[in-house]
Design a protein around this ligand. Structure first.
Ligand code: HEC
Length: 153
């Protein structure tokens, strides 16, 4: 059974992201972020993969499938589990700007009273590195999801 608390937390995160978007990005309103998927033979893919495996795979899993039970279970601390980034979750419903800032700043900077585990990587990865990780995981999305998401940018 999916508990009411998990669903309401989840909705809170989604709604906060929508409402906060104009506020948290006030300093960047003119900055457009568009990240294209890449090909397995590219340098971006290799770099993104390496950085993903080193920084993200511990939670999002090395095959990008998210933690088992991510939809309706929590971890020992009562926090949500890491969702898939391979396009089988809802990652493709966020613009590249949102994905970039979730990764760079972490959800605590974007969602009031956030207590979960998605921290920011601004001290570990530079902007180009963050973009290569996003390009890497976008490369696993279906073409349909990819095309849908590119229109959000
Ligand atoms: C310590 C565990 C952990 C690590 C490491 C981690 N994440 Fe996350 N991430 C999460 C959790 C948990 C969520 C779900 C957010 C929530 O609901 O609290 C999440 C959510 C996300 C989201 C939003 C996904 C969506 O579908 O809305 C993105 C994007 C993301 N992470 C990218 C990354 C990237 C890129 C890295 C590596 C640079 C990374 N994460 C490393 C735990 C982690």
């Amino acid at each position: 059974m999916i508990s009411f608390r998990i669903i309401s937390n989840f909705i809170l995160v989604l709604v906060s992201l929508l409402l906060l978007q104009p506020l948290s990005f006030a300093n960047h309103h003119d900055q457009k972020i568009v990240i294209e998927k890449t090909f397995k033979s590219s340098e971006t893919f290799k770099l993104g993969k390496e950085l993903y495996q080193a920084n993200c795979a511990s939670c999002h899993q090395s095959n990008l499938s998210g933690q088992v039970g991510w939809k309706d279970k929590v971890d020992a601390d009562g926090h949500r589990l890491a969702p898939p980034l391979n396009g089988t979750g809802h990652t493709w419903h966020h613009s590249d700007k949102i994905l970039f800032y979730i990764t760079k700043r972490g959800l605590a900077k974007m969602v009031p009273n956030y207590e979960g585990k998605m921290m920011g990587f601004s001290d570990k990865l530079n902007d180009a590195e963050i973009k290569s990780v996003i390009a890497y995981f976008k490369s696993f999305w279906s073409n349909q999801n990819y095309q849908y998401q590119m229109k959000l940018n």
